[in-house]
Design a binder for this molecule. Structure first.
Ligand SMILES: Nc1ncnc2c1ncn2[C@@H]1O[C@H](COP(=O)(O)OP(=O)(O)O)[C@@H](O)[C@H]1O
Ligand SMILES: [Mg+2]
Length: 499
C-alpha cells in the first residue's frame, strides 16, 4: 500500500509483492481474475465466500458460469470492449451455489501482465443496499395504505397552519379533494366560535409542546354544514422527515348530535319534573288548606254543637245517652286530629312557623311505624338558623320519603334522622339498620320515591347520595345550599302560606 504523498516507485521498492497478494487474499471485497477465454484464473477468499464455493471449485469455472447478467456469447464482446476501454462498471447478478442470484456491482479493470491480458473484477455485494431500498419501499407502501384506508382525517400543517399533506379521508369527511385544500390555511374550515381556542392551542403546541390533547372542533363540510371532530396534534416540526404538525381528526358528528339531543330531552324532562313537583306542592298546599279551613272548622263546629247538646241535656234521657254522646265527641276529636295530621303531611306549615328542625322533629315523632321502629332525630349546631322556604321544604320532603322507605322497605329496628348545617349548606341524613338494597344507579326500580328525591334536591341546587348494600342498611344524605333569611328568627309566614 502506498503511503500518502510518497512516490509510488519508492513504496514498491520497500513492499514485497507478497504483501499485495496478502491484501487481495484477505480483502472484504470479492476479487476475480479472468483470462481471454473466460476462465477464472484466480479468486480471493471473499469471492469464494460470496458464492458459497471453494476457491479451487471457482478456478474450474468460466465467467459466463457465474455471471447471470452475461448473455451467451457476450463474453467476447466484453473482452474486446475492456481491451480498448480498460475500465468498466456494471451491475449484474452472480450465481450462488444454492441457486440464488446475488446482486453485485462489478468494477472491471483490464491488465496486461507478462504479455498476457486479464480482466480483474471487484464485486461489491449490493444486497444490503437493495434490502434498504425494499424496506423503504415497503414502509412507504405501508404508510400509503394506512393513510388511504384510515377512516380519520390526517393532515400535516406547517408551523403557520398551512396544509402540506392531507389523506384521502379529506374528501369523504369534508367533501373537498386533497388538491383543493393543499396549500390552504387549515383554520379556514374551523367554525368561527372554535377558532380562538384552536388557534391558541395550535400556537402553544407549535411553541412549547409535543402533543395536544383531543380538542373538540367544528369543521365546515363542502355541502354546507358543520361537522364535529375530535382533533389531536403532534408537533414534529423538528423531525427532518416530517417537518410539520401532524393533526389527527375523528368525525364524531353522530355522537355529538345524539349527545345534544339527549341533553335537550334531559333538560326538557327536568323542566317537566320541576313543574310536576311544583304542581304537586301547590296542589298539596291547596288541599291542606281546604282540609284545615273547611273540614277541621266544620268538625270543630260539630264538636261545639255536641258540647252545647250536653249542656242542654233534658233531665230524662235514655241510660246510654251520655256514653253515646261521649263516643261521638271522641270520634269527632279523633277525626279532627287525623285531619290535622293529614293536612300537616300535605303541607307542613310548621316549617314556616317553627323552622325546619322543629318540623323534622315532629315528623319523626309522628312517623307511623307499624313495625315498632324507633325513629331518632338529632339536629346539630348550625341548622336552626332560618333558611329559604323552598330549600327547607325540599329537605322536609326528602326526609318524609326516606323515612317512609326505611319504615316500609327496610325492616329496620331503628332509623336515625339528622340535620346538620355548615357554611352555606344544610345536610340531611337518614340512616337505617335494615335490609339495605342494591343502590347502584343501574339497578332496576319501580317506585318514584328515589327519583323524585333526587330531582327535588337537584332543583334546589344540591346533591343527594344513597349508600346501600343488601344486608348493610341504607344511608341517604341530601345537601342543599342555603342562604340565611334572617338572624336566628323563623321567617314569618305570608298570609297565603299559613294554616
Ligand atoms: N331504606 C331502604 N331500605 C331498603 N330498601 C329500600 C330503601 N329505600 C328504598 N329501597 C328500595 O328501593 C326501591 C325504590 O324506592 P322508591 O323509589 O322510594 O320507590 P317505592 O318506595 O315506591 O318502592 C324500593 O322499592 C326498595 O326496594
Ligand atoms: Mg318510596
Amino acid at each position: 500500500m502506498n503511503e500518502q504523498g510518497s512516490p509510488e516507485g519508492a513504496a514498491e521498492s520497500v513492499r514485497p509483492p507478497v504483501m499485495d497478494r496478502f491484501a487481495v487474499e484477505h480483502a472484504a471485497l470479492a476479487v476475480f481474475w479472468a483470462r481471454e477465454d473466460g476462465s477464472l484464473v484466480d479468486a480471493n477468499e471473499a469471492s469464494a465466500g460470496m458464492l458459497g464455493l471453494t476457491r479451487e471449485a471457482l478456478r474450474t469455472l468460466r465467467v459466463p458460469d457465474i455471471d447471470a447478467g452475461l448473455a451467451p456469447g457476450e463474453w467476447r464482446v466484453r473482452w474486446q470492449r475492456m481491451k480498448t476501454r480498460r475500465y468498466a462498471k456494471v451491475e449484474t447478478g452472480l450465481r450462488h451455489a444454492d441457486g440464488s442470484t446475488i446482486p453485485v456491482e462489478l468494477i472491471l479493470n483490464f491488465a496486461e501482465l507478462e504479455g498476457a491480458g486479464y480482466i480483474c473484477a471487484y464485486a461489491r455485494d449490493l444486497r444490503p443496499e437493495k434490502q434498504k431500498e425494499t424496506d423503504l419501499k415497503n414502509t412507504e407502501e405501508l404508510f400509503r395504505a394506512l393513510m388511504e384506508n384510515t377512516l380519520d382525517l390526517v393532515t400535516i400543517l406547517d408551523g403557520e397552519g398551512v396544509i402540506r399533506y392531507a389523506n384521502p379521508a379529506m374528501e369523504r369527511l369534508l367533501g373537498f379533494t386533497v388538491c383543493e385544500r393543499l396549500g390552504a390555511f387549515a383554520f379556514d374550515l374551523v367554525h368561527p366560535d372554535d377558532v380562538p381556542s384552536v388557534l391558541a392551542d395550535f400556537a402553544e403546541l407549535a411553541r412549547t409542546r409535543r402533543f395536544s390533547t383531543a380538542l373538540g372542533v367544528r369543521l365546515w363540510h363542502k355541502r354546507g354544514e358543520w361537522r364535529y371532530f375530535d382533533a389531536a396534534a403532534t408537533n414534529l416540526l423538528d423531525n427532518p422527515a416530517v417537518r410539520g404538525i401532524v393533526v389527527h381528526s375523528r368525525d364524531v358528528t353522530d355522537r355529538k348530535l345524539a349527545e345534544i339531543a339527549l341533553r335537550q330531552s334531559e333538560s326538557e324532562l327536568r323542566a317537566l319534573a320541576g313543574r310536576l313537583i311544583q304542581g304537586e306542592e301547590d296542589e298539596a298546599r291547596l288541599l291542606s288548606r281546604e282540609l284545615h279551613d273547611d273540614f277541621t272548622q266544620r268538625l270543630t263546629a260539630i264538636s261545639l254543637a255536641l258540647g252545647e247538646l250536653e249542656r242542654q241535656r233534658p233531665p230524662r234521657v235514655p241510660e246510654d245517652w251520655m256514653a253515646r254522646h261521649q263516643r261521638l265527641q271522641a270520634m269527632v276529636e279523633a277525626m279532627s286530629e287525623d285531619l290535622r295530621r293529614l293536612a300537616h303531611r300535605l303541607h307542613p306549615a310548621v316549617i314556616d312557623l317553627l323552622g325546619l328542625s322543629a318540623a323534622l322533629k315532629q315528623l319523626c315523632a309522628e312517623s307511623p311505624s307499624a313495625g315498632g321502629q324507633l325513629v331518632h332525630f338529632n339536629s346539630r349546631r348550625g341548622c336552626d338558623c332560618p333558611v329559604d322556604r323552598g330549600q327547607a321544604l325540599c329537605l322536609y320532603r326528602v326526609a318524609q320519603e326516606a323515612l317512609r322507605n326505611a319504615i316500609k322497605h327496610s325492616g329496620a329496628q331503628e332509623v336515625w334522622v339528622e340535620l346538620a348545617g355548615s357554611a352555606g349548606q344544610l345536610r340531611l341524613t337518614v340512616r337505617d339498620n335494615g335490609s339495605g338494597f342494591d343502590g347502584a344507579p343501574a339497578a332496576p326500580r319501580r317506585g318514584l320515591g328515589l327519583i323524585s328525591m333526587k330531582e327535588r334536591v337537584r332543583l334546589a341546587g344540591g346533591s343527594l347520595h344513597v349508600e346501600s348494600q343488601p344486608g348493610q342498611g341504607t344511608r341517604l344524605s341530601a345537601a342543599v345550599p342555603v342562604s340565611l333569611t334572617g338572624p336566628g328568627k323563623a321567617p314569618r309566614p305570608r298570609p297565603d302560606q299559613g294554616l
